[in-house]
Design a protein around this ligand. Sequence first.
Ligand SMILES: Cc1cc2nc3c(=O)[nH]c(=O)nc-3n(C[C@H](O)[C@H](O)[C@H](O)COP(=O)(O)O)c2cc1C
Length: 178
Amino acid sequence: MLDLLKKRRSIRRYKPVPLLRDEMERLVAMALLSPSSRGRQPWEFIMVTDPGMLDKLSISKPHSASFLRGAALGVVIIGDPGISDVWVEDTSIAATLVHLAATSMDLGSCWIQIRGRKHSPDETAGDYIKGLLDIPDRFEVEAIMAVGYPDEVKAPHSEEKLPYEKAHLERFGTPWKG
Ligand SMILES: Cc1cc2nc3c(=O)[nH]c(=O)nc-3n(C[C@H](O)[C@H](O)[C@H](O)COP(=O)(O)O)c2cc1C
C-alpha cells in the first residue's frame, strides 16, 4: 500500500487509446466497494467514454479540466444529499479509490474538482454537467476522474520528502519526528 501511495501521481496526459472493457469493469467494481457513512452509499458513477461528451465535459470549468478531452474515460462522481449529510466525504472517498484503483492498474488519472466551481458567471459546473448527462436534480456533482493510459512519466513521491512537520505526537506541537 505504501508503494502504491508513493507511486500515485496526478497524470494529465494520456495515450489516444480506449480502455479495455475489463479495465472499466474493475474500476466500477472498486468504486462500488467504497465505504460510506452508515453504509448509505449516496454516490453514483457515470462512466463517460464518448469523445464528444468528454470534449463537452472538459469545458465544465474554465481552468484545470481541459485535459479531460484527451482521456479515454471520465468517471463522473455524483452524490445525493438527501441520502446522506456527509455525501461530500463519501463521494471524495470514492474519487480517491478510483484514483488509487487506476494507479494499481498502471492507468493514469487525475481529479477534476466540480463541486463549488463555476462553468460561467451564471451557471455552476455541476448544473452544466447535470444538463449534459441527464442527471436528476437531487444529485450534486463532486468531481470527475479523468482516466487513460499514461503519456507522461512523473517521479513517485519520496518518503524522505514527506511533510512530517504536519504529524504530531499525542498533542499539537509535539513533533511526530523528533
Ligand atoms: C480535492 C482535489 C481536487 C483537485 N482538483 C483538480 C482539478 O480540478 N484539476 C487538476 O488538474 N487537478 C486537480 N487535483 C489534483 C491536484 O492538483 C494534485 O493532487 C496535486 O497537485 C498534487 O500532485 P500529485 O497528485 O501528482 O501528487 C485535485 C486534487 C484533489 C485532491
